[in-house]
Design a protein around this ligand. Structure first.
Ligand SMILES: O=C(O)c1cc(=O)[nH]c(=O)n1[C@@H]1O[C@H](COP(=O)(O)O)[C@@H](O)[C@H]1O
Length: 238
């Protein structure tokens, strides 16, 4: 169980990122670097965050043919991030290739490897209509979680609402990393399957990812403390 909420650094520039991180003085954080920051600023961002002693989840959601993903992961493994992800929809072979690439490229321990099941911005209705998947959203997520485990990954990205079923099916060690986290007073924005930090803990998330509830708050440090406190509040996990 990861005590620190992972903060999604969804900023366009390093200057914006640095400005935000300065609010936290020298606190060592667990941060997520996604497409917005990485694709516009490149690997230098990772180096800078590592120098600042932050742990890093590199969220690039790779989804391509197995060889391409394997070679990309081989290169990304050099960056020394703590966690990285692919899309489970890429298939078992692609996920296994991603893991192999990480093992080939990492100089020390390889980063933890997660697969995104159904995005937290996807509703069941939308999944039926757009992806033509004729089962419940939970069944689809559970199916992807089992496939991810069979491919040798360390866990999945899912919503809080599927976390308990995944723990039941795949075991407590298999990570359930859950974005779609909102403080009660905040807007859902583009997210469909959301929960608050206390709900995430009660329903069996292993780690939570929080962006706008912290980064867009009037007082980001206070918002972070509130998230952290709610996430840590319940010590007994079902
Ligand atoms: O892989 C992810 O991190 C991810 C998967 C998913 O299903 N949903 C999801 O929101 N995310 C990421 O988690 C973060 C959530 O941000 P907020 O909605 O601002 O809290 C964003 O950076 C998303 O890219």
């Amino acid at each position: 169980m990861e005590k620190e909420p992972i903060i999604a650094l969804d900023f366009p520039t390093w200057e914006d990122t640095e400005h935000f991180l300065q609010l936290f003085s020298n606190e060592s954080l667990y941060v997520k670097v996604g497409m917005e920051l990485y694709l516009q600023n490149g690997p230098a961002v990772i180096e800078k965050l590592k120098k600042m002693n932050h742990r890093i989840f590199l969220d690039l959601k790779l989804h391509d043919i197995p060889n391409t993903v394997q070679q990309a992961m081989k290169g990304l493994a050099n960056l020394g991030v703590d966690m990285i992800n692919v899309h489970a929809a890429g298939g078992e072979k692609m996920m296994a290739a991603a893991r192999e690439g990480l093992e080939q490229g990492a100089s020390g321990n390889r980063p933890l490897l997660l697969a995104v099941t159904q995005l937290t911005s996807t509703s069941e209705k939308q999944m039926h209509k757009e992806q033509l998947i004729p089962v419940s959203l939970e069944e689809s997520v559970l199916h992807y979680a089992k496939l991810t485990k069979a491919a040798g990954c360390d866990g999945v990205v899912c919503s809080v609402h599927e976390a308990a079923a995944i723990r039941e099916a795949c075991g407590a060690e298999f990570l359930r990393v859950t974005p779609g986290i909102r403080l009660k007073e905040d807007e859902a924005n583009d997210q469909q399957r959301i929960a608050d930090p206390a709900g995430a803990r009660a329903l069996g998330s292993s780690m939570i990812v929080v962006g706008r509830s912290i980064t867009k708050a009037n007082k980001p440090v206070e918002a972070y403390q509130k998230v952290k406190q709610q996430w840590g509040e319940i010590t007994h996990v079902k």
